[in-house]
Design a protein around this ligand. Sequence first.
Ligand code: NAD
Length: 366
Amino acid sequence: MSKTTTRRIAALPGDGIGPEVMRAALEILTAIGERFDLSFEVREGLIGGAAYELHQEHFPEETQTLIANCDAILFGSVGGPIEESTAEKWRDCEKNSLLGLRQRCCFHANFRPARVYQALQERCPLKKSIIGEGIDLLIVRELLGDLYFGTHETKEEAGVRVARDEARYTEEEIRRIAHTAFRAAQQRKKQLTSVDKANVLDTSKLWRAVMEEVGTVYPDVSLAHMLVDNCAMQLVQNPGQFDTIVTSNMFGDILSDTAAVLPGSLGLTPSASFNEKGFGMYEPSGGSAPDIAGQGVANPTAQILCVALLLRYSFGLDEEAKTIETAVEGVLDDGFRTADIACTGEVAISTAAFAAEVRKRILRTS
Ligand code: NAD
């Protein structure tokens, strides 16, 4: 994409804190446009409960058309308060909108970075001695295979209930995620850890073999293998050893949630999903946080960092992405905190004030 190309982004704020943090993130996108003289066309669409109010659907056709005509999706969050989950507006909301989107776009890869900022070490549940020089890792999870998509069955055999779930991977599915992970590792420290259970599972044996084969195409990336039980331990005992981790759908589901708690708040961690064509959707790891929605106190960091990932992975704008990441780090280093990351005695600032601090550093007006 050339410098003058207009990049089309579908912004889907959704529910709860989604609109508040999306507003903050779009301000940051505008600041990047100003600083680097780039043009972005942002078109907003309805999704989740917000869409249901108008269309009686969580993922209306209008939004489907919008995403079919954009270069990337910036997603907020969907869903209502847990205690209202049976109400018509919220029933199956996440399934219909988020899973609908994932299926429609055929996302096969999910990126979940986890970074412990120097300034927020006290928020990390791990001891300082374990955090060491810092934690900055990326988990790449396969999304379309494994236990989730095999056959599921519960039946009765000789009067006893028996349940069975099939785990399945083709070599093409593994090869596809392997290439995605190796390329991601190339953009980081070039260290890839492939996580499996090859001492027991056939899917894992195939996984390991294909990872080795694909590894020959990326001689600049060092590949190591680790069993999933060991990886779960290492993530809390010595997470600093990891750079990029690639793993299957089931293991990735569990390990990425373990890693997600390391930064100290759900409001800090972005995530991204990609399909084979490289089309991406970017969303915070957390949900719609109905408990704090509408108060202007949500942490916009995850949504702002989604913009950084979007620029890097969808548009190849690495310098621009780093500018956002450095600005966020600067704001934290200077002691600004939203309520979720403020320690006792620290004054919390609003979502908008936090975004304004990030914006100032991007435009160098502070
Ligand atoms: P949640 O992630 O919304 O909130 C969990 C806790 O984290 C809450 O205390 C919340 O205030 C806090 N939190 C989350 N993001 C924050 C932020 N940016 N700043 C400050 N604090 C933040 O999880 P939940 O309460 O279990 O779910 C609420 C709703 O969100 C449900 O309807 C659920 O289905 C939905 N959900 C949506 C997504 C998604 O859209 N991707 C993901 C998870 C949950």
